[in-house]
Design a protein around this ligand. Structure first.
Ligand SMILES: C[S@@+](CC[C@H](N)C(=O)[O-])C[C@H]1O[C@@H](n2cnc3c(N)ncnc32)[C@H](O)[C@@H]1O
Length: 338
């Protein structure tokens, strides 16, 4: 496993999983690999469920083999919101209090949303006690860009190169970067493009929402899976399940304008397909910017890498950015200087 290898090079037994969700990765690292783990998660409900899952796992494991848990520590889960303004002193204190030790540790982030990924990279750069970092990207549209904030803690761009060259990505561009072209291509190739009628439904519903309630423009609609013969009206009920479904009336849905629009649903599929051509390119810009940021801070000494790890059909955000403070490399660098 990648984390085990990185941790071994960095001689690290402690792992902090930031944005840990239900703590699946923590359990795997603790019970499966023997690490001491601490999951940091801002959602209290997920923390409670993560602790329950730990207990359930231990109960089941004990039923099979009592010894299996002897050498293992139950993962620690703490509720905490890592703000982009957090400094290294505050972060190190948080981890010291959790593990009750000053031992060095590594950070992992499996799909840390928006600015959380860049914040972790900054923490890694500023704390030598963090011996490695492994992060996989997620939700790029939630990144703050330099144009959107007066703070210098924005999520894009990060590297000196991208800042100096004034790289800019709009919200729409960042949103496209989160889409999965592999699954989409698979469906186009196997003649299942009819499933994409759902994109025309969504476009029509969003059009109606923005026309009537501009302030609801970026409200998240529920995900709906298309099935044959699903009508636009059925779609609207499902997509608006977290909102007031009466926002959009029968007259709105049955209007001639919407009918004409929906007849032309293949144009939306064409538009969406062209848009997707840019997805990998934009994601590469974001990932390479982060990679350059890590390299520039380490004088490109080979301690950072960006690799593909997961099958994109299973997990489209499949690149891992790795930074490690290699003990031997650090020692030999110091010896060279001496
Ligand atoms: C996409 S989920 C990934 C969850 C988990 N790592 C996994 O792969 O199953 C991202 C998680 O990060 C949490 N999160 C987002 N921003 C955070 C922040 N600033 N501080 C702490 N947790 C955060 C969210 O609540 C969410 O559970």
């Amino acid at each position: 496993m990648l984390i085990c290898r990185t941790a071994a090079i960095a001689k690290c037994r402690y792992v902090v999983d930031v944005g840990s969700g239900l703590g699946h990765l923590d359990r795997l690292l603790a019970y499966g690999c023997g690490f001491r783990t601490c999951g940091i998660e801002c959602n209290e409900k997920l923390i409670v469920r993560a602790r329950n899952l730990d207990q359930l796992f231990e109960k089941q494991a004990r039923a099979y083999n009592r010894d299996i848990l002897l050498a293992t520590n139950t993962p620690i889960h703490i509720r905490y919101l890592i703000d982009p303004t957090i400094d290294s002193v505050e972060f190190i204190k948080l981890i010291r209090d959790a593990f009750e030790t000053d031992e060095p540790f590594g950070i992992v982030g499996l799909h840390p949303c928006g600015d959380l990924g860049p914040t972790l990279l900054r923490l890694y750069q500023s704390c030598t006690n963090i011996k490695f970092i492994n992060i996989v990207g997620c939700c790029y549209m939630k990144l703050t860009t330099c144009e959107e904030t007066s703070s210098n803690r924005y999520g894009f761009p990060m590297s000196r190169f991208a800042v100096e060259n004034k790289f800019h990505l709009s919200y729409n561009a960042r949103e496209v970067a989160c889409h999965a072209i592999e699954t989409y291509l698979d469906r186009l190739r196997t003649g299942q493009h009819w499933q994409f009628k759902i994109h025309a439904y969504r476009a029509a519903l969003e059009y109606l929402i923005v026309e009537k309630y501009p302030q609801l423009g970026r409200t998240a609609l529920a995900n709906v899976k298309y099935r044959t013969e699903m009508s636009f009206s059925e779609y609207c009920i499902k997509a608006l399940k977290h909102m007031d479904s009466k926002l959009i009336t029968k007259e709105d849905k049955d209007s001639d304008m919407i009918k004409t629009f929906l007849q032309d649903w293949k144009a939306v599929v064409t538009f969406y397909s062209i848009r997707l051509f840019f997805a990998s390119l934009i994601e590469s810009m974001i990932l390479l910017d982060r990679y350059l940021y890590l390299c520039q801070e380490t004088n490109d000494d080979g301690s950072c890498s960006l690799i593909t790890l997961f099958d994109p059909l299973l997990s489209p955000r499949n690149h891992v950015l790795i930074g490690k403070r290699d003990q031997q490399r650090v020692c030999s660098a110091v010896n060279n200087v001496l």
